[in-house]
Design a protein around this ligand. Sequence first.
Ligand SMILES: *Cc1c(COP(=O)(O)O)cnc(C)c1O
Length: 241
Amino acid sequence: MIDLTERLARIREQIESACRTSGRPLDSVKLMAVTKAHPAEAAIAGYRAGLRLFGENRIQEFTAKKPLLSELSGARWHFIGHLQTNKAERAMELFDGIDVVDSLRLAELLNSLAEEKDRVLSVLLEVNVGGETQKPGFVPISRDFEALLRAAERLDHLEIRGLMIVPPYRPIAESGRPFFRMLRELRDDIARRGLPRVSMDELSMGMSHDFAIAVQEGSTCVRIGTAIFGERPKPVREFTA
Ligand SMILES: *Cc1c(COP(=O)(O)O)cnc(C)c1O
């Protein structure tokens, strides 16, 4: 078995090589380790290997894990799953950032919760550039998206830092490129408008199978699970159903 340190070194090499290909600074991409469905020990091993930014996608799962991770000082945890409004408060308590704001309603709710707690919450807007139905995320140039961008000015307990995307899954990494490019162009368009309280520094895109392509297209944060920790254990319910 190849160990974690070695896998991480390979991933970092691929990120750097993609940075070189596209003329970007080698340190312009953050690596988020996606620990969902893996036990707390996986995150601890990752932390020991130098990882500091982690992604999780289930409130219940992370509620159970978090007490086991209290010694990982300096680690930051972001929520990257679909967030139901009735779990927003819990998510805010558990996480340092919410990377998947996909409706004005959720943004408003998070803003008022953050205000109550007197903090500023860092968020990314999830965009559905594939225009897939039944998938969360703002459709670019839609009324909802425009409404949110305009509302940002008054959502003063949110820091809208950028965009996030999970493109339609295709086994061939290269097929993600048009979606990554669209997201980058969308980010540039929004940034040019200079909207109040909207910074577009972050482009969260690229997963285990396509992160190199995403970096070539401008990703500033790749979210990687399988390539670091191996295949996710199957959820228990799949065996009991
Ligand atoms: C699971 C997940 C990832 C990581 O996927 P891998 O293919 O295991 O790297 C990244 N982003 C999101 C939103 C996820 O849910």
